[in-house]
Design a binder for this molecule. Sequence first.
Ligand code: G6P
Length: 434
Amino acid sequence: MSELKVVIIGAGSSYTPELIEGLINRTAELPLRELWMVDIEDGREKMAIIANLARRMLKKAGLDVSVHETLDRRAALTGADYVCSQFRAGCLDARISDERIALKFGMIGQETNGLGGFANACRTIPIALEIAREMETLCPDAWLLNFTNPSGMVTEAILRHTTIKAVGLCNVPVIMQKGVTKLLGGSSDFIMQVAGLNHFIFARQILQNGMDKLDDVIDEIIAGNDPLVPRNIPPFTWPAHVLKGLRMIPCAYLRYYYMKDDILKQEIGEANGEGTRGEVVKALEHELFEIYKNPELAEKPQALEGRGGQYYSEAACELMSAIHNDKRIIMHVNTRNNGAINGLPDDCAVEVSSVITRSGPLPLNVAAFPEDTLRLLQLMKSFEQLTIEAAITGNRHTAWRALVLNPLITSGTLLEQALEAVIEENKELMSAFH
Ligand code: G6P
């Protein structure tokens, strides 16, 4: 098997040790030769800490892999086999500013949903496209595994505007899968089918031994036993009528839509107390990097599990291996719809259970969504597509059209002021708007 060059963009992220662990656990399947870490000047120091930890982890595992750290993205991309994208445009400060602006104007402040998701997309998509275009010339055969948020919109922008082979990832379906495993008594001999958009998915079927276990799992969740929620979303209980009414299991992010007012109240409380999620994460990151600096440390520390992005590595490394080894296993990824969800365009990105092959993900067809949920998915897809267009063109009219569709976003004067505040705060990273 030929040896691989893997590139991590945004390597200074505190999540990177998870990826390294995932690669180490799969050396038989993914013969790694070179690991290239890329970041920007602001992330240089963090990247150096991570690169040293990675070297210690690889050495402890007895692996002879060269670890390069660079600010020169083009050098890293040249001849790459797999590129993992996990950068955060504007770093945590931009996330915090999104959260605070949204709350100031009476909206939920969240990094991938509502106004925050829009702002994040506008900062990120131009950079993601720049990277994908560099890949077109420097490593046209490489696969891009995107978990840069907002993952669904970033993946769709790349699939629509470049020729790169890209798959979008999220840990939410992985967490759901693990949660269902717990609820089914620890057995993983079931197939769960999910479908929807990133951070807007539903579990549609849970097949085990010829039976659909969806109702059993729903009953457990209603009874207050819900291990399907990522760490970054405070524990909550779904009202019975949501789950019984839908007869699907919404991912925890759908709480922002189905329980909007409860969340807003909770976020206001947090923002006035321990801080917004971005602020909490900033403190946690600081602690994590202190731990990573320890020259004795040669494994992923337990403390990383306090982050919402748990199991990213599992998703990313398993996906890499499934493509590389043509495993034909089912994973939940962001890919072109191609008819899997009836009622959404064929060429848009959806998050669906797919068979992963060397040629890419083959999305599994999903039973028709009930009309009410389908309308919601269509609305959110229009929001996403207009947001992508606004991110590229910087057209305020397009931005407005996107924003007024989103159920988490206000309208009128408040929205006008909030949009201007976002554009003003992001002078450099939203240059298309200036
Ligand atoms: C979730 C989401 C990710 C997100 C993460 C945030 O699991 O799926 O898209 O990046 O949480 O976690 P954090 O610890 O940064 O709030």
